[in-house]
Design a protein around this ligand. Structure first.
Ligand SMILES: [Zn+2]
Length: 221
Protein backbone atom coordinates (compact mmCIF):
# COMPACT_ATOMS: atom_id res chain seq x y z
CA UNK A 1 0.00 0.00 0.00
CA UNK A 2 1.29 3.38 -0.93
CA UNK A 3 -0.99 5.06 1.60
CA UNK A 4 -2.10 7.53 -1.08
CA UNK A 5 -5.81 8.18 -1.54
CA UNK A 6 -6.84 8.12 -5.21
CA UNK A 7 -7.63 11.62 -6.43
CA UNK A 8 -11.27 12.49 -7.07
CA UNK A 9 -12.39 13.74 -10.51
CA UNK A 10 -9.44 12.08 -12.33
CA UNK A 11 -10.74 12.86 -15.85
CA UNK A 12 -11.24 16.55 -15.06
CA UNK A 13 -7.74 16.72 -13.55
CA UNK A 14 -6.15 15.11 -16.61
CA UNK A 15 -8.08 17.49 -18.88
CA UNK A 16 -6.80 20.51 -16.92
CA UNK A 17 -3.16 19.40 -17.04
CA UNK A 18 -3.41 18.64 -20.79
CA UNK A 19 -5.17 21.94 -21.55
CA UNK A 20 -2.62 23.99 -19.61
CA UNK A 21 0.24 22.38 -21.51
CA UNK A 22 -1.56 22.80 -24.84
CA UNK A 23 -2.33 26.51 -24.36
CA UNK A 24 1.26 27.15 -23.28
CA UNK A 25 2.62 25.30 -26.32
CA UNK A 26 0.41 27.41 -28.60
CA UNK A 27 1.82 30.59 -27.05
CA UNK A 28 -1.37 31.73 -25.30
CA UNK A 29 0.11 31.68 -21.79
CA UNK A 30 2.78 33.84 -20.15
CA UNK A 31 4.11 32.87 -16.72
CA UNK A 32 1.37 32.22 -14.18
CA UNK A 33 -1.31 34.19 -16.02
CA UNK A 34 -4.59 32.52 -16.95
CA UNK A 35 -6.82 29.97 -15.28
CA UNK A 36 -8.95 27.00 -16.26
CA UNK A 37 -11.78 25.04 -14.72
CA UNK A 38 -14.02 22.05 -15.34
CA UNK A 39 -17.47 21.56 -13.86
CA UNK A 40 -18.35 18.07 -12.61
CA UNK A 41 -21.93 18.14 -11.30
CA UNK A 42 -21.99 20.57 -8.38
CA UNK A 43 -18.21 20.61 -8.08
CA UNK A 44 -15.62 22.67 -9.95
CA UNK A 45 -12.02 21.55 -10.45
CA UNK A 46 -9.89 24.64 -11.05
CA UNK A 47 -6.27 25.66 -11.47
CA UNK A 48 -4.59 26.89 -8.29
CA UNK A 49 -3.62 30.47 -7.59
CA UNK A 50 -0.18 31.30 -8.98
CA UNK A 51 0.28 27.97 -10.78
CA UNK A 52 2.01 28.07 -14.18
CA UNK A 53 -0.44 26.53 -16.68
CA UNK A 54 2.32 24.72 -18.58
CA UNK A 55 3.17 22.48 -15.60
CA UNK A 56 0.04 21.90 -13.53
CA UNK A 57 0.18 19.13 -10.93
CA UNK A 58 -2.76 16.70 -10.69
CA UNK A 59 -2.72 16.62 -6.89
CA UNK A 60 -2.58 20.40 -6.40
CA UNK A 61 -5.64 21.25 -8.48
CA UNK A 62 -8.35 22.95 -6.43
CA UNK A 63 -11.85 21.59 -5.87
CA UNK A 64 -14.57 24.06 -4.94
CA UNK A 65 -18.36 23.98 -4.87
CA UNK A 66 -20.75 26.29 -6.70
CA UNK A 67 -20.72 28.68 -3.73
CA UNK A 68 -16.96 29.00 -4.02
CA UNK A 69 -16.23 27.02 -0.86
CA UNK A 70 -12.74 25.53 -1.09
CA UNK A 71 -13.01 21.77 -0.58
CA UNK A 72 -9.58 20.37 -1.40
CA UNK A 73 -6.25 21.00 -3.11
CA UNK A 74 -4.29 24.23 -3.26
CA UNK A 75 -5.89 27.68 -2.92
CA UNK A 76 -7.89 28.20 -6.14
CA UNK A 77 -7.31 30.87 -8.76
CA UNK A 78 -8.15 34.45 -7.83
CA UNK A 79 -10.67 34.42 -10.69
CA UNK A 80 -13.04 32.04 -8.87
CA UNK A 81 -15.81 34.72 -8.94
CA UNK A 82 -15.59 34.85 -12.74
CA UNK A 83 -15.78 31.05 -13.10
CA UNK A 84 -18.70 30.82 -10.63
CA UNK A 85 -20.63 33.60 -12.37
CA UNK A 86 -20.28 31.90 -15.75
CA UNK A 87 -21.26 28.44 -14.44
CA UNK A 88 -24.30 29.90 -12.66
CA UNK A 89 -25.63 31.61 -15.77
CA UNK A 90 -24.66 29.27 -18.65
CA UNK A 91 -24.58 25.52 -19.31
CA UNK A 92 -20.78 25.60 -19.73
CA UNK A 93 -18.92 22.45 -18.74
CA UNK A 94 -15.51 24.17 -18.79
CA UNK A 95 -13.92 27.63 -18.89
CA UNK A 96 -10.55 28.74 -20.25
CA UNK A 97 -9.09 32.21 -19.60
CA UNK A 98 -5.68 33.55 -20.55
CA UNK A 99 -3.91 36.83 -21.29
CA UNK A 100 -3.15 35.83 -24.89
CA UNK A 101 -1.26 38.78 -26.35
CA UNK A 102 -3.25 39.69 -29.44
CA UNK A 103 -6.64 39.13 -27.80
CA UNK A 104 -5.54 41.37 -24.94
CA UNK A 105 -4.38 44.05 -27.39
CA UNK A 106 -7.72 44.04 -29.22
CA UNK A 107 -9.58 44.12 -25.88
CA UNK A 108 -8.05 47.56 -25.27
CA UNK A 109 -9.46 49.05 -28.46
CA UNK A 110 -12.69 47.33 -29.40
CA UNK A 111 -16.11 46.95 -27.70
CA UNK A 112 -17.39 44.35 -30.15
CA UNK A 113 -15.26 42.84 -32.87
CA UNK A 114 -16.52 43.43 -36.41
CA UNK A 115 -17.27 40.15 -38.20
CA UNK A 116 -14.33 39.94 -40.60
CA UNK A 117 -14.63 36.16 -41.02
CA UNK A 118 -17.51 33.69 -40.91
CA UNK A 119 -15.63 31.69 -38.26
CA UNK A 120 -17.14 34.09 -35.68
CA UNK A 121 -20.19 31.81 -36.00
CA UNK A 122 -18.23 29.09 -34.21
CA UNK A 123 -18.11 31.45 -31.22
CA UNK A 124 -21.87 32.13 -31.35
CA UNK A 125 -21.34 35.43 -33.18
CA UNK A 126 -18.89 38.34 -33.17
CA UNK A 127 -17.16 38.37 -29.76
CA UNK A 128 -17.95 41.23 -27.38
CA UNK A 129 -15.61 42.85 -24.90
CA UNK A 130 -16.52 42.68 -21.21
CA UNK A 131 -16.03 46.14 -19.67
CA UNK A 132 -13.00 46.52 -17.44
CA UNK A 133 -13.22 45.56 -13.78
CA UNK A 134 -10.50 44.61 -11.29
CA UNK A 135 -9.25 41.03 -11.67
CA UNK A 136 -10.86 38.61 -9.23
CA UNK A 137 -13.81 40.93 -8.55
CA UNK A 138 -17.46 39.86 -8.72
CA UNK A 139 -18.02 42.81 -11.11
CA UNK A 140 -15.64 41.23 -13.62
CA UNK A 141 -17.64 38.00 -13.48
CA UNK A 142 -20.90 39.91 -14.06
CA UNK A 143 -19.42 41.77 -17.02
CA UNK A 144 -18.11 38.57 -18.63
CA UNK A 145 -21.55 36.98 -18.22
CA UNK A 146 -23.05 40.06 -19.88
CA UNK A 147 -20.59 39.78 -22.79
CA UNK A 148 -21.51 36.08 -23.23
CA UNK A 149 -25.27 36.77 -23.47
CA UNK A 150 -27.28 35.44 -26.44
CA UNK A 151 -25.18 32.31 -26.76
CA UNK A 152 -21.73 33.82 -27.25
CA UNK A 153 -19.09 31.17 -26.49
CA UNK A 154 -16.13 33.52 -26.04
CA UNK A 155 -15.42 37.12 -25.06
CA UNK A 156 -12.60 39.60 -24.71
CA UNK A 157 -11.99 41.13 -21.28
CA UNK A 158 -11.09 44.82 -21.58
CA UNK A 159 -7.42 45.58 -20.84
CA UNK A 160 -7.09 42.05 -19.44
CA UNK A 161 -7.43 39.04 -21.76
CA UNK A 162 -9.87 36.57 -23.25
CA UNK A 163 -12.22 33.84 -22.03
CA UNK A 164 -14.04 30.95 -23.69
CA UNK A 165 -16.53 28.33 -22.56
CA UNK A 166 -17.22 24.84 -23.86
CA UNK A 167 -19.03 21.60 -23.18
CA UNK A 168 -15.58 20.36 -22.16
CA UNK A 169 -12.16 21.90 -21.70
CA UNK A 170 -10.87 20.86 -25.14
CA UNK A 171 -13.74 22.77 -26.76
CA UNK A 172 -13.16 25.82 -24.54
CA UNK A 173 -9.48 25.78 -25.57
CA UNK A 174 -10.41 25.41 -29.27
CA UNK A 175 -12.57 28.52 -28.93
CA UNK A 176 -9.92 30.47 -27.05
CA UNK A 177 -7.43 29.68 -29.82
CA UNK A 178 -9.96 30.65 -32.51
CA UNK A 179 -10.56 33.96 -30.72
CA UNK A 180 -6.81 34.64 -30.70
CA UNK A 181 -6.70 33.88 -34.46
CA UNK A 182 -9.64 36.22 -35.10
CA UNK A 183 -7.82 38.94 -33.14
CA UNK A 184 -4.66 38.38 -35.19
CA UNK A 185 -6.80 38.74 -38.32
CA UNK A 186 -8.40 41.90 -36.89
CA UNK A 187 -5.02 43.52 -36.23
CA UNK A 188 -3.54 42.51 -39.57
CA UNK A 189 -6.58 43.64 -41.59
CA UNK A 190 -6.66 47.03 -39.85
CA UNK A 191 -2.93 47.42 -40.41
CA UNK A 192 -3.58 47.09 -44.15
CA UNK A 193 -6.47 49.55 -44.21
CA UNK A 194 -10.20 49.66 -43.44
CA UNK A 195 -11.39 46.08 -43.67
CA UNK A 196 -14.70 45.13 -45.21
CA UNK A 197 -17.09 43.64 -42.61
CA UNK A 198 -19.44 40.73 -43.35
CA UNK A 199 -23.09 41.79 -43.49
CA UNK A 200 -25.82 40.16 -41.39
CA UNK A 201 -27.14 38.53 -44.59
CA UNK A 202 -23.71 37.08 -45.43
CA UNK A 203 -23.37 35.74 -41.90
CA UNK A 204 -26.87 34.23 -42.09
CA UNK A 205 -25.95 32.50 -45.36
CA UNK A 206 -22.75 31.18 -43.78
CA UNK A 207 -24.71 29.91 -40.75
CA UNK A 208 -27.05 28.11 -43.16
CA UNK A 209 -24.08 26.58 -45.00
CA UNK A 210 -22.57 25.40 -41.67
CA UNK A 211 -25.88 23.74 -40.80
CA UNK A 212 -26.02 21.92 -44.16
CA UNK A 213 -22.40 20.86 -43.74
CA UNK A 214 -23.14 19.39 -40.30
CA UNK A 215 -26.16 17.52 -41.67
CA UNK A 216 -24.01 15.94 -44.39
CA UNK A 217 -21.49 14.82 -41.75
CA UNK A 218 -24.19 13.16 -39.62
CA UNK A 219 -24.56 9.46 -40.41
CA UNK A 220 -27.83 8.51 -42.14
CA UNK A 221 -30.28 6.57 -39.95
ZN1 LIG B 1 -6.66 37.10 -15.98
Amino acid sequence: MSGLTPLDFPEAREALVDAGRRLAQRGLVTGTSGNLSVRVGDRIVATPSGAPLDSLELGRLSVIDLDGTHLSGAVPTSEVPLHLAVYRSTDAGAIAHTHAAVSTAVSCTCDEMPALHYNVLQLGGAPRTARYATFGSPELGERVVEALRDGRQAALMQNHGSVAVGADLAQACDRLELLEWLCELHVEAHRLGSPRVLSDAELADAAHAFENYRKRLRPAR
